[in-house]
Design a protein around this ligand. Structure first.
Ligand SMILES: [Zn+2]
Length: 225
């Protein structure tokens, strides 16, 4: 499932075969954010969770609401993530939003416009550690910074720089998937192809959601559905 257009991918049967996306979003701190906004400063929101937990969907939902409110929005994603499109961020369920692919934090900062009010960053686990200072600087300059990313790698280890971003955020939303083995709340991305690389970009072709009991910190055969 690579190199296809978004339309090809939307038609891809893998999406129909993966009906386990959570549809209810976690409490998104809207009331607390309103209070921060009144003080005129910026802030950082982090949406963290496993694959198939709805992180990108929740990011896109917030960005679309900001756009409806006529706020100026810019969205970035790492150039490494070319699963769906180099011009868009997309959730596994097919929602999408225009974005700028960048190869580093420095390149992202070069693209940020002074009058931008809301910055979205997807797949933040693929950014370099400079993203931490950059997120703080953007928030301090008055911008709302919304960051989504995988909080653990395929071995269940914290996936830098997400732990640091969670620490500096005013607001955190943890999203969960559903374990495909037993139906429990899933907090892990189970790799289903043999590879020891930390970065092995893929979706339902290489990963599935698992709970703590069913997760194995190395490759395991995919669950038959
Ligand atoms: Zn399970």
């Amino acid at each position: 499932m690579t190199n296809g257009t978004l339309n090809d991918i939307l038609l891809d049967s893998e999406f129909q075969e993966y009906p386990y996306m959570v549809e209810e979003f976690a409490f998104d701190n809207a009331e607390e954010r309103r209070k921060v906004r009144q003080s005129g400063t910026g802030w950082i929101e982090v949406i963290a969770g496993s694959m198939f937990s709805g992180k990108s969907e929740e990011l896109i939902r917030r960005l679309n609401r900001a756009r409806i409110a006529r706020q100026r929005v810019q969205v970035f994603k790492p150039g490494i993530d070319e699963r769906y499109s180099v011009e868009e961020i997309a959730s596994h369920s097919g929602q999408k939003h225009m974005s700028i692919p960048v190869s580093s934090t420095a390149e992202m900062l070069n693209h940020v416009l002074d009058d931008t009010e809301v910055i979205g960053i997807d797949e933040a686990q693929f950014f370099d550690m400079a993203i931490i200072d950059a997120a703080n600087a953007l928030a301090e300059s008055g911008k709302r910074v919304i960051i989504a990313g995988l909080d653990q790698d395929f071995m269940g280890k914290p996936f830098e720089p997400m732990p640091q971003l969670l620490s500096i955020a005013e607001f955190i939303t943890k999203t969960h998937a559903i374990c495909v083995k037993c139906g429990s709340t899933a907090n892990y991305s189970q790799r289903t192809v043999e590879s020891e690389e930390r970065v092995e970009v893929g979706a339902a072709d290489k990963y599935e959601a698992r709970c703590r009991q069913c997760f194995i910190p190395h490759a395991d055969a995919p669950t038959l559905m």
